[in-house]
Design a protein around this ligand. Sequence first.
Ligand code: FAD
Ligand code: UDP
Length: 384
Amino acid sequence: MYDYLIVGAGFAGSVLAERLANEGGKKVMLLDRRSHIGGNAYDFYDDHGLLIHKYGPHIFHTNSPDVFNYLSRFTRWRPYQHKVLAQVTGKLLPIPINLDTVNKLYGHNFNSEQLAQYFASIGEKIDTIRTSEDVVVSQVGRDLYEKFFRGYTRKQWGVDPSQLDKSVTSRIPVRTNQDDRYFTDEYQYMPLHGYTRMFENMLDNKNIHILLNTDYQDVEGFVPYKELIFTGPVDEYFDYCYGKLPYRSLHFKHVTLNEEWHQPVAVVNFPNDHAYTRVTEYKYLTGQKSDKTSITYEFPSAEGDPYYPIPRPENAELYRRYQSLAEDMPHVHFAGRLGTYRYYNMDQVVAQALTLYKKLALRTSAAETIKRTNGQRKKVSPAG
Ligand code: FAD
Ligand code: UDP
């Protein structure tokens, strides 16, 4: 009998398996329908010996010392500050939009103060910021919105930014200085030997039994367990009883080129050209040396594996219905980006999993205390 059956060996499932087995002393079965652990963060060495990310670029960044310290038990790190350029009107310009973006795009020579005044003059006045369009046009006006955000967002999400929750484009700041880093978090690193190695270290415990190429449906009813943790799509767990939750998918084209470098930074975004949104060149992330270089094109798609929950009010409403079903099941726990239908980064998923572990551990210790107390009462009563 397993104490826990955990569905999905991505960050959510693996962190929970590690905590439950290592700290909780529990017996865990961890299964995944894919042929590998790591979920979407899985990386591997391609035929040319270059470490690439099967499901697109994963850059670790967090402001949480707890998350960083926790993962540091399983990996050493390579400091890495992520840089992205967007191809707009034939030029490669920094994104997030900053002082250099505006000066190079329009041929201005603004300083930071002048740029702040410029943004204030072109930003549209919107009383309540609700959508992803509102976020951008209110900060930088319509021209920059159309050049950098509208096309990219329509391609990536299959809907106009005016139909998407403000949280999507709010991920990208606007700067008036020359800071050209994609993230400003306190901790920005790549796992030194890759994500998969980090997951292997995390799951190296004799009380964690890993079963790959196995769907939950294949084992349900065959594997005895006490509690279930489900990190796949929450609507799938409930047989889509309220209808399908919309997810956005991607198709990846991995290519190795016979040249040392392909582009000036790790990621180049294409808001207005091509069917793909961005191209990633992995050697920037890994620091590997080679006379070849491996890159990945990302083609957004409605069909395929679910990668992105789509933040829109009606989807949040549908998710809440599934969530209330989930709340009525004390022995089934949902976690992760798909299990809780949240557009979460890796560190947020780790934090969520650590919080769930604490809740489960508290519950176990409360149950043990009750058992112990009942046992003592039983022993006491015959004599009394
Ligand atoms: P997943 O990694 O999706 O793991 C869920 C696992 O469950 C999968 O392996 C799946 O096969 C398995 N599963 C599902 N259903 C079943 C079933 N019925 N039976 C068996 N197995 C099942 N985050 C960052 O912090 N930085 C980034 O740079 C970044 N870049 C990203 C780029 C892309 C293209 C994508 C798609 C995501 C990116 N993310 C990034 C987000 C990151 O991938 C997620 O936050 C994180 O991987 C989510 O972990 P998870 O365990 O919730 O889900
Ligand atoms: N975005 C955009 N243009 C860009 C970069 C981002 O319009 O050049 C928008 C787009 O809607 C995207 C969102 O901002 O989906 C979040 O971008 P991020 O890079 O965080 O996306 P992810 O890495 O999660 O795919």
